[in-house]
Design a protein around this ligand. Structure first.
Ligand SMILES: C[S@@+](CC[C@H](N)C(=O)[O-])C[C@H]1O[C@@H](n2cnc3c(N)ncnc32)[C@H](O)[C@@H]1O
Length: 301
């Protein structure tokens, strides 16, 4: 998948605009439901990259309020209302479709692995306000939610405590975030909407840290194509934050070279979920696969 140029990007951008217009005209408006009402005056303050966690949160809350939600996240609805978040700038059409699709794909992959390893430890790095635990829980696994200290503090406040969920505050590129996680069983590591905010060197270091601490497990990671690096202003929701896209890669297989012991099992573009419920997704899957984010699943041992 080498050789993506600005020409590809231009064709992709034109295609994306056409999809957007078609989506607005035929699909989007029909699906809108009442948006959860934010409570007035509950201001929150988060760091630049931490603020990006409000994007999937807002989208999951608004999707859940639709007449026929494709994903349902009761906790997101509650948090948006409790924190008084105005979802307008975070919930844009492309991001919305991307987050719904990636939620479906990550949920399915997590369930699949938990069926195989019911007592695994699941480590959600850069967890934000994600509540995949509730959607995939089997009553046996233990979840570890890792994110920056301010985000974790807020997360603890809105989620409360749970006997099989542990929150760990730390910077994934600087701190020893693994030390309180047992490494005596299979580990499923989830990195959704995270690696694009790292540099290539940070991705390599994180993979090395995972490999050296956990014996055997799986890394479920969202990968962004490389043309998007540095182009966060073209992203309909991330452009409203001060976060930067600093890492993209066109072929997950390349990441096997980043750290010995990682094997790519599969990659699925988000269109693979979108095409199940919309013809826009079907067209996108045929024409624009190379410019879409995807879920990559690695085994490490
Ligand atoms: C786009 S949000 C995704 C949140 C969540 N995974 C989801 O899909 O809802 C990115 C998250 O990564 C976290 N993050 C980014 N860089 C980080 C770092 N160096 N250490 C810890 N967390 C980080 C942010 O704080 C934020 O919660």
């Amino acid at each position: 998948m080498e050789g993506l140029t600005y020409k590809h990007f231009l064709v992709g951008a034109i295609g994306a605009v056409i999809l957007f217009i078609l989506y607005r005209k035929f699909v989007g408006k029909k699906q809108q439901g009442p948006k959860p009402k934010p409570r007035e005056g509950a201001a929150i303050s988060l760091g630049d990259v931490q603020e990006t966690a409000l994007i999937p949160l807002a989208i999951k809350a608004n999707e859940s309020a639709r007449k026929q939600p494709r994903i349902y996240d009761e906790k997101a609805v509650q948090i948006i209302a409790d924190l008084g978040v105005d979802t307008e700038k975070y919930d844009k059409y492309f991001s919305h479709e991307g987050v719904v699709a990636r939620t479906l794909l990550f949920d399915e992959a997590t369930r699949e692995l938990l069926e195989k390893y019911p007592e695994a430890n699941v480590v959600n790095i850069g967890c934000g306000f994600d509540d995949r635990f509730s959607r995939t829980d089997n009553g046996k696994c233990h979840w570890y939610h890792v994110d920056m200290p301010d985000l974790i503090e807020l997360r603890c406040r809105v989620f409360g405590s749970h006997e099989r969920q542990t929150c760990i505050a730390g910077n994934l590129v600087r701190d020893d975030w693994t030390k309180d996680i047992p490494n005596n069983r299979e580990t499923i590591i989830i990195a959704e909407g995270l690696f694009m905010y790292f540099t290539e060197e940070q991705v390599k270091a994180l993979m090395a840290q995972i490999k050296s601490y956990f014996h055997h497990g799986y890394l479920l990671v969202e990968l962004m194509p490389s043309f998007a690096t540095g182009n966060e202003r073209m992203h309909d929701s991330v452009k409203s934050t001060k976060a930067h896209f600093t890492f993209g890669i066109n072929d997950g297989k390349e990441m096997e070279k980043y750290c010995d012991g990682f094997t790519l099992l599969r990659e699925s573009t988000f269109f693979e979920a979108m095409k199940r419920y919309s013809w826009i997704g079907w067209i996108g899957d045929k024409l624009f696969r190379r410019i879409m984010n995807r879920l990559a699943i690695f085994e490490f041992k």
